[in-house]
Ligand binder design. Structure first.
Ligand SMILES: Nc1ncnc2c1ncn2[C@@H]1O[C@H](COP(=O)(O)OP(=O)(O)OP(=O)(O)O)[C@@H](O)[C@H]1O
Length: 285
């Protein structure tokens, strides 16, 4: 079911076009945003979180238009946002910070607020750090606290800007399980640079480049873009080809078949790199 409709969204910062006539419909479940640095992912998430007003175009979420003040307030009640740099007050304890945000989220009843703070701490596995000051938490713990504040009030729309950044592999697994579960009944839009996150988490992936969506489909369809174009060999391919060394010491090549190379099953990363090929190759030079 479509819950968010974005139509012709545009945003410029001086001479930079961050969003270029972007249209997108998002529904219940987890949708992943992939794209190179500067593609406009954070700008899109900020606009959706009502933290930034677009220059042109329209957003409609749960039938609410954030350009209209009263509807914007109602939408804010229904969304949780994890920004790229959440700026958590360093001298607050984890629990005090969540209590503070819970007040801002209009959870005014004391016992209800304390129960909600306990619930979100539990969700992100930080119960034993409730009394630790933010400045003493590790980067991964701060990231989990950032997610916890987004979960306060059980929002229907979760907007998560690079939620798995700074997490170790075990925490990443835990986060993926939590986000997948949240996506069963909510609309979750997240940005990431990790193609594995998208494969593990998202029913749908949107690839952005220079403010536009250049791919919109399932993770399987994104992998499929590299079908018949992925090769493994023990010897390096010709230098002009796009290739890299794998952890097994083999060479993985994208594009035409190099000499003595065998066909390999495409991964999501292969599909993504095929899509962005010329740009990635140019950046590597
Ligand atoms: N506050 C700002 N002032 C000026 N330019 C900005 C500002 N925020 C973003 N930009 C520019 O807008 C473009 C899109 O940036 P944005 O942060 O949305 O991209 P992104 O896809 O999230 O990138 P990343 O993956 O590096 O986080 C970039 O060229 C960026 O330099």
């Amino acid at each position: 079911m479509t819950t968010v409709r974005i139509t012709g969204l545009g945003k410029r910062y001086a001479a930079t076009t961050a969003l270029d006539d972007l249209s997108l419909e998002i529904g219940t479940g987890v949708t992943g945003l992939l794209g190179p640095n500067g593609a406009g992912k954070s700008t899109l998430l900020r606009c959706l979180a009502t933290a930034l007003a677009p220059d042109t175009g329209r957003i409609e979420a749960f039938g609410l238009d954030p350009a209209v003040a009263i509807q914007r307030t109602e939408l804010r009640r229904r969304l949780g946002y994890l920004p790229q740099n959440p700026g958590l007050y360093p001298n607050f304890t984890a629990a005090a910070l969540l209590d503070y945000v819970a007040v801002l989220k209009e959870i005014v009843d004391g016992p209800q607020r304390r129960a909600e703070v306990r619930r979100v701490l539990e969700e992100v596995g930080l119960t034993d750090r409730a009394k630790t000051r933010v400045r003493k938490l590790s980067g991964g713990m701060r990231q989990r606290l950032g997610l916890a504040q987004a979960l306060l009030g059980d929002p229907s729309l979760l907007i998560l800007d690079e939620p798995t950044v700074g997490l170790d592999p075990e925490q990443r697994m835990g986060f993926r399980a939590l986000i997948s579960r949240l996506g069963e009944t909510r609309t979750v839009l997240l940005s990431t640079h990790q193609t594995e996150d998208v494969g593990a988490l998202c029913e749908r992936v949107v690839v952005m480049r220079r403010g536009s969506a250049i791919f919109d489909g399932t993770p399987r369809a994104l992998s499929g873009l590299a079908q018949g174009q992925v090769w493994l060999s023990t010897e390096p391919p010709p230098a002009h080809q796009m290739y890299w060394r794998t952890s097994d010491g083999d060479y993985r090549t994208l594009g035409p078949q190099p000499p003595q190379a065998e066909a390999a099953k495409p991964s999501l990363e292969d599909g993504y790199l095929m899509l962005l090929g010329p740009e990635v190759a140019a950046a590597a030079r």
